[in-house]
Design a binder for this molecule. Sequence first.
Ligand SMILES: CC(C)(COP(=O)(O)OP(=O)(O)OC[C@H]1O[C@@H](n2cnc3c(N)ncnc32)[C@H](O)[C@@H]1OP(=O)(O)O)[C@@H](O)C(=O)NCCC(=O)NCCS
Length: 193
Amino acid sequence: MYGPVIQGKLVRLRPPKPSDADVMITWFEDMEVTHFLGRRNPLNLEAQNEWLDKVARDPDSVLWVIEHDGRAVGTTGIHEIDWKYGRGTTGTLIGDKKVWGKGLARELMQLRARYAFTELPLRKLEAGYFDGNEASGRAQAAAGYKVIGRRREEVFAGGRWLDLILTEVLRSDWEKAQPKARLKKAQPPRKRP
Ligand SMILES: CC(C)(COP(=O)(O)OP(=O)(O)OC[C@H]1O[C@@H](n2cnc3c(N)ncnc32)[C@H](O)[C@@H]1OP(=O)(O)O)[C@@H](O)C(=O)NCCC(=O)NCCS
C-alpha cells in the first residue's frame, strides 16, 4: 500500500503517482546515489511502473514519495511488515543529490517512526546501512535507531566489500525519547473537581 500524506517542515511524504516513475528511474542511473544500496541498476519505465503497482497492492508495505519544494526527490517506506509480531523494515532513497545534506533524511525518518508507532500497531522498525554511509547512520540514530549488529561483507561497491550495520528502534524506546510536552498534549483534559 501507499502511505498517506505526512507534512513536515522540510519534506512532504505522499503516496506515489504513476508520473513519478519517470524521475525514479533516473535516480538509479547515478552510481554515487546507489553506492550504498543493494540495488544498483535502473529499471525501464515499464518495470518501474510494475514495481509501483506491485507495492500498491502489497498489504505488508507502506511506500511514500519524498517531496521537497514541491518536487519528488526520493522514496521511503516500511516493508516486509509482519503484523503478527509488529515488525517492519525501513528504507530510504533520496535520489536527487542536490538536496543531500539539508536534513531531509533526519526529518523524514522521525516522521516515519511517528507514523509507525502512533498510526500503525508496530512494535519495532528494523533497518541497516552499509559501512561508510555516515549520513544514513546519523539520520537513523536521530530517529531513535540503535546499532544491534553487523553482517560482514554483504555487498561489493567501489572495489571493496561493505559490511551491513544492522539497526532497530523499539516502540518503547521511541516513546521514552519523545518530549514530555508532546506526550502530555495527547492526553485528554483533566476534569475539574
Ligand atoms: C543517506 C541519505 C538518506 C541521507 O539523506 P540526507 O537528507 O542527505 O541526510 P541529512 O541531511 O538528513 O543528514 C543526516 C545526518 O548525516 C549528516 N551528514 C549528511 N551528509 C553527510 C556526509 N556526506 N557525511 C557525513 N555525515 C553526513 C548530517 O550532518 C546529519 O547529521 P546530524 O543530524 O547529526 O547533524 C541520502 O543521502 C540518500 O538517500 N543517499 C542515497 C541512498 C542511500 O544511501 N540510502 C540509505 C540506505 S541505508
